[in-house]
Ligand binder design. Sequence first.
Ligand code: WTA
Length: 634
Amino acid sequence: MVKSGNNSNNEKKVFKPNYMLVEEAHVKNWEAEIEKGKDIEKYWAEKAEQFEWFQKWDKVLDESQKPFYKWFTNGKINLAYNAVDRWIHTDKRNQVAILYANERGDEKKLTYYELYREVNKMANALKNLGIEKGDTVSMYMPMCPELLVSMLACNKIGAVHSVVYSGLSVGAFVERMNDAKAKVLITADGTFRRGKVIDLKKIADEALLKCHTIETTIVVQHAGNPIHMSELSGKEIFYETLLEGEPDECPVEEMDSEDPLFILYTSGSTGKPKAVLHTTAGYMVGVATTLKTVFDIHNGDLWWCTGDIGWITGHSYLMYGPLLLGTTTLVYEGAPDYPDPGIWWKIVEKYGVTKLYTSPTAVRHLMRYGSKYPTFYNLSSLKILGSVGEPMNPAAWMWLYKNIGNEKTPIMDTWWQTETGMHMITPLPVSPLKPGTPTLPFPGVDIDVVDKNGNPVPVGEDGYVVVKKPWPAMFRTLYKDEERFVNVYWKDIPGGFYRAGDMARKDEDGYIWIQGRSDDVLKIAGHRVGTSEVESAFSSHPAVAEAAVIGKSDPIKGQVIKAFVILKEDYKLTTKLISELQRHVRYELGPVAVLGDITQVDKLPKTRSGKIMRRVLRAQEEGKDLGDLSTLEE
Ligand code: WTA
């Protein structure tokens, strides 16, 4: 299939599949599998058979109300049942489900049976707090087993979880909690980060002053951090106290295939963050199938996804995917370079990790320390590596391939999004690889690169990434905002296609080379950050009249923020004010908002309707042609 590696990045080499992996692979013939996937309904229906259903579906795909697609209609199923309960009647009963480790060297193991009992206790406790099917529960927690237990407990009783990434701070947290109207918040006394404890409870307390829907706050005593339990917003209770005496059996809620499973906030180009809503059955089918196929999961694997549970990567591939496949998932709490940049490799050696899924930004970060650290450890347990979050530049790909994979382990560069729920463009272990491209759409997924009229672009030309047919793990809507769902994703390009918001090119083998976002969304260390969110954080500071932000490229983080601010009269951009603004934005948004530099300006380029033309700022910054300025105000 692959003729040559000739492409935009001039990376010529094609890496052939490792024949040992091909032999044991679930999918041995890529082309044949893609061919099979062309009958989308048949393909995904077959995959849905892997689960235990309380009631089978009537129809695989209901397209009667496009773009509000439904999958596996009238099916009855429960995710927690399939991810946990199902395994306790098998020989996986006493296998480790969750292997937790942290930067201090602590570890905790939960077998499937232990997890089952813990989930049931938590589910019963949530019910006692008045949580019913369809209610929302928010979590603001470290990477700890209790987070996974809480999410599964929600599934078990049909509650909808909304996890807020613990790296987000007060402003972002309040906005997300109020939007989701959560009744219960689960948080912790702290999280470990580079030898320090970050007091999550303190941030939660501040946020709770502005959230009035929370009736109960549950606090996990995780970091041994002395905290203040207050009565500010309803009841506060320790997790352990709450679970005391709860029965370790709990009836399973039979969920409809299309019942909401979770909400997860992500940044868009305008306005408030988008509340992406995923539903039950299609998500399970999509996530479990892609993980099993792309990373070729077998009995005996030890799976490590380094992404945080607070992002979609953690939801789909740290927690749900591996547990639905009955594998062991490693949950690691800590930074990649603390206490030293060999820590990840030490973990791989200590536990014998077989499949490692990480991000380009983490690889670039570790690359800085050279190739010394990986040589201190035996990494021979590794069979497949993977990456997600932003384009994997060929240099980072090669570094990972050589230093970590010993030129034996293929790298699965997976392209997907919060909205897609599952891998969409990705190689399989049997695919010939070219560093820098996620290759072809996953079987059963129909993706193309098109122009603004929806026609496929010729080889080598830029176009928009669109998904042409529905896929099972697709988000179903933006929570309480169907209009925005339709307008943002389904209207721009004719043909009823889903517009992903990325630009890409195809090479002569059809491989897709992602070029980056086509909208005003930044990718900072793989995290999605909306320009408008950062701008409103700036504008909420008393010195700032108006702000515009763009992405500035950064060798490690991919992008950082470059801000242009108009200050109010009597203010000057002194070093003191710069650091104050930095602190302020960090307080509002958290450490994800990495500021490059701040420049003071008198005016911002705007359209006549008052929209900031960030494109012009970007072109100016990069010394490029300013392009069409006909819509500029003056
Ligand atoms: C980018 C993360 C290039 C892309 C799972 C997408 C990638 C956005 C890749 C979604 C990849 C993700 N190569 N770019 N392999 N994976 N992206 O919602 O711009 O946080 O639109 O989901 O990340 O980010 P999100």
